[in-house]
Every structure is written in C-alpha cells, then in structure tokens.
Ligand binder design. Structure first.
Ligand code: FES
Length: 107
C-alpha cells in the first residue's frame, strides 16, 4: 500500500489503503488538519500539495486542476490533494500559503 510522507509535518507517514480515495481523504482520515475550503470540489486550491517525490504515481490531472494551471494557481510540482489518488509512495509538503496558524510545521 502506498505510503505518503508529509515532509513539513515532521515527516509524518500515512498509508493510502484505498486507490479510489483522494490524497486529501487519506490525510483527513488520519486526523491531520489540512485546508480544504471548497470541500474537495476542485474549486479553491487551499488543499494544494507540493510534490517532492513520487509525482509519477499520481492519477492524471483532473479538469479542475487543468483549469487552475491555466489560471496560474497551480505551478510545477503542485497538485490539488482533493483531485488525485496515488498508486505509489509520495513525499509531499503543505504549500506555504496554505499553512494554518494553529498548526505546528517542522519547516
Ligand atoms: S479542497 Fe478546494 S480545491 Fe481541493
């Protein structure tokens, strides 16, 4: 089962045990607070993750992600965690602009 490492959350590791679940669902089900203002509908970018490694394991870009790229709201190595699944190990980070004040980030 794919392992997702959250680099700037003290390298916490979670397991993605269902290929049909989004990365965001995996994160939230593991009790990790992660912004998702539009409720996972691909409309806000607050769930954005920065991909450090394993990008090739992610599902293809959704239409919402393609739109955000055109609008320059998603850059290189950035994906919407609510819009993709993984079939392999990942290392990701919380995007700087989406860090929450009550959370403690390791860098
Ligand atoms: S939660 Fe809004 S785009 Fe993912």
């Amino acid at each position: 089962m794919p392992k997702i490492q959250l680099q700037n959350l003290s390298n916490k590791e979670i397991i993605s045990n269902n290929k049909s679940k989004s990365i965001l669902q995996d994160i939230l089900e593991n009790g990790i607070d992660w912004l998702h203002a539009c409720g996972g509908k691909g409309r806000c970018t607050t769930c954005k993750m920065v991909i450090i490694s394993g990008e090739g394991h992610l599902s293809p870009l959704s239409v919402f992600e393609q739109k955000m790229i055109k609008l320059k709201k998603l850059g290189d190595h950035e994906r919407l965690s609510c819009q993709c699944t993984t079939d392999g190990d990942l290392v990701i980070r919380v995007a700087e602009e989406n860090k929450m004040p009550h959370m403690s980030y390791s860098d």
